[in-house]
Design a protein around this ligand. Structure first.
Ligand SMILES: *Cc1c(COP(=O)(O)O)cnc(C)c1O
Length: 330
């Protein structure tokens, strides 16, 4: 049911090109009207990358684009990648792979999920969608998952699935960053700040590379830890960026009532649905920073909606089990 409603949410989509990845998607910048923005005289726009596709959404489309082109060029038939059980990257790879004629293999963290595939799929909308799109799963223990990039593990997978094109966890590599550089276009040069949520840092690296020198990019990590700064610096030589560690809500996929409440309020006020892992935390952070006078009068901010809406179904399941307030998708 919920997925039908989510598909309805994406009904504004028009796809005309033969290959989905050949289209030059320019997302619209939607102005956000909120009393606090008016009061502080700050303009906030959201780039609606989330509307690219319900499952190959936002930055995952950008990150896959040149990787799939490269895989085709190399005449690979199989794409192999990694992720957690609710991963936006896993479902995006499965759906995109099917569209482009690849077999996809997902190395999924959590061997307990492999014990009863039918049950796993029945209870997990993300894996269900990936499965429906033909992804083959390899459920591995957390220990094996940590060794996923070792020669031994990769060889084992090659023996089982044949020669494949490997996309790292979260989809981040040089080609992914090249794709993310296309998020910003000429119409965006007059913004003072570009804001993005961060997982692995690939998306923000692309945004930084594509930004003007007089613009500043602010990253909102969805997880704890200071390693991200070095990770991002590997992919960009520019220095007009900063990270704020104040809005991860305790770590990856952690949340509290305030966050859920905020997401529901924001949806009611603007019509824009945010995800609880990335974009909800970023927008919460941006509006807190506006309240705290971080930005001077007349500032123009562009926040990237990187997508991730598909994850709400699984997240709401978790909230319902705990008898907590759910995220309103309508
Ligand atoms: C994957 C994802 C991110 C993180 O992107 P990185 O390139 O890994 O930093 C941000 N937002 C959404 C919605 C995502 O799905």
């Amino acid at each position: 049911m919920l997925s039908v409603l989510l598909l309805k949410y994406f009904s504004t989509l028009h796809i005309s090109q033969n290959s989905f990845f050949d289209q030059n998607f320019v997302a619209k910048n939607q102005e956000i009207q909120l009393p606090i923005l008016k009061e502080k005289k700050v303009a906030l726009y959201i780039k609606r990358e989330d509307l690219i596709h319900p499952f190959v959404s936002g930055n995952k489309f950008r990150k896959l684009k040149y990787n799939l082109k490269e895989a085709k060029k190399l005449k690979k038939k199989v794409i192999l990648t990694f992720g957690g059980a609710f991963s936006n990257h896993i479902v995006a790879t499965a759906v995109a792979g099917k569209m482009e004629g690849f077999t996809t293999v997902g190395i999924i963290r959590g061997d307990e999920l492999g014990k009863n595939l039918k049950e796993t799929i029945a209870n997990n909308a993300t894996l269900n969608e990936a499965y429906k799109n033909g992804m083959k799963f390899e459920f591995v223990s957390r220990t094996v998952y940590r060794q996923k990039n070792t020669f031994g593990f990769i060889e084992k997978m090659k023996n089982k699935y044949g020669d494949f094109y490997l996309i790292p966890e979260g989809g981040t590599n040089c080609l992914a960053i090249e794709g993310c550089e296309e998020i910003l276009t000429k119409q965006d040069t007059d913004f003072n700040y570009i804001c993005s949520a961060i997982g692995t840092g690939g998306t923000i690296a692309g945004l930084i590379n594509a930004s003007q020198n007089n613009q500043k990019t602010i990253g909102f990590p969805a997880l704890k830890g200071s390693f991200l700064k070095d990770e991002i610096a590997k992919f960009t030589t520019k220095t007009n960026w900063t990270l704020t560690a104040d809005y991860h809500f305790g770590g990856y996929a952690k949340y509290n009532e305030n966050l859920i409440c905020f997401i529901n309020e924001f949806k009611a006020q603007t019509g824009i649905l945010l995800d609880p892992i990335y974009t909800g935390k970023m927008l919460y952070g941006i509006l807190e920073m506006v309240k705290n006078d971080t930005f001077k009068k007349g500032t123009k901010i562009l926040a990237i909606h990187t997508g991730g809406i598909q994850g709400i179904i699984g997240f709401n399941k978790k909230l319902a089990q705990k008898n907590q307030q759910k995220i309103n998708v309508l």
